[in-house]
Design a protein around this ligand. Structure first.
Ligand code: NAD
Length: 290
């Protein structure tokens, strides 16, 4: 394929995402500040460089997959002077809507198209190439990005203008956090009432309380053999990551003046739980209810 892709941030997510682009025939050059991350990517057949400027100098697409908004902003400041005219910038990190719009404006000042394209699906989805991309930006940029996102994606949704992808992601995860706690409360109450886990599962998954948090991520062992509860709550979706996303959601609640009493309570519960058990799947929150 003719496209030259610079992939910046070769961590748990970025490493396998870049590897899937290579597998699909794209010309990829990876960059990460960590030598270990570069070495891991290289052993997965991703060509790497230890120079950010070299990575972006010949790119027509630049993808970032970095830890947080401050780092993405710094990285954009460093790379923007060196990106060729006409290049498309795609940020797949999970960052605040405000930061997403700020980096979009930085790129626009240089006359470059830019998209926010956060993902869900975790390391499993990154490795399998089945991530869900939630994309914010213009129609032109979205259409140009589709072919590049495709080898990494199971689903690609254009959510609206700049920041809309991040907005969709944090609304979904705030809802998920509330649901996972609520499902935990239902099982905890049911157990105290002498109801069997399997019976409650069978009823709810066929009834109006059904949701992903019970159907797929059932927080008690048994009903769903693949759920983290059957494996000492190995993630899955780690509590620390859910806590990060809830922090972004709460920032947005405050900055917009939206009312989200249940989201706020869920964020408070996950803040406390993340201090104690950051590495467990977020469904392990049920253990705080017993
Ligand atoms: P990670 O910490 O494994 O990887 C981040 C990588 O960025 C690291 O290798 C780090 O060395 C590198 N890095 C830091 N500063 C850099 C810079 N200035 N230039 C280049 N590289 C730099 O994190 P991850 O799990 O891969 O997550 C990346 C992003 O994806 C985060 O925003 C996270 O919230 C989001 N996300 C993660 C998951 C998940 O399940 N892990 C799921 C969805 C979204």
């Amino acid at each position: 394929k003719t496209m030259n892709i610079a992939f910046l941030g070769l961590g748990n997510m970025g490493g396998p995402m870049a590897a899937n682009l290579v597998k699909d025939g794209y010309d990829v050059i990876g960059f990460d500040v960590s030598a270990d991350a570069r070495a891991a990517a290289q052993s997965a057949n991703v060509p790497v460089t230890d120079s950010l400027t070299e990575a972006v100098a010949t790119a027509d697409t630049v993808i970032t997959m970095l830890p947080n908004g401050a780092i993405v902003k710094n990285c954009y400041e460093e790379l923007l002077p060196f990106v060729p005219t006409g290049a498309l910038l795609i940020d797949s990190s999970t960052i605040s809507v405000d930061d997403a719009r700020a980096i979009h404006d930085m790129a626009a000042e240089r006359g470059l198209e830019q998209l926010d394209a956060p993902v869900s699906g975790g390391v499993k989805g990154a490795t399998a190439g089945t991530l869900a991309f939630m994309v914010g930006g213009t129609d032109e940029a979205f259409n140009a990005a589709r072919a590049v996102l495709d080898p990494m994606a199971g689903k690609i949704i254009h959510c609206g203008g700049s920041g809309a992808g991040q907005a969709a992601k944090l609304c979904n995860n705030m809802l998920l956090a509330v649901q996972q706690i609520a499902v935990g409360e239902a099982f905890t109450l049911a157990q105290k009432l002498g109801l069997k886990d399997q019976a409650l599962y069978d009823v709810i998954t066929g009834a109006t309380g059904n949701c992903w948090a019970i159907e797929t991520n059932c927080p008690v062992p048994g009903p769903v053999p693949t759920s983290p509860a059957n494996n000492d709550f190995a993630p899955g979706f780690a509590t620390a990551l859910m806590n990060k996303d809830l922090g972004l959601a709460m920032d947005a609640v405050v900055s917009t003046g939206a009312r989200a009493p249940l989201g706020e309570h869920a964020a408070q519960i996950y803040r406390g739980f993340a201090d104690r058990s950051p590495g467990l799947d977020f469904s392990a929150v049920i253990t705080t209810l017993r």
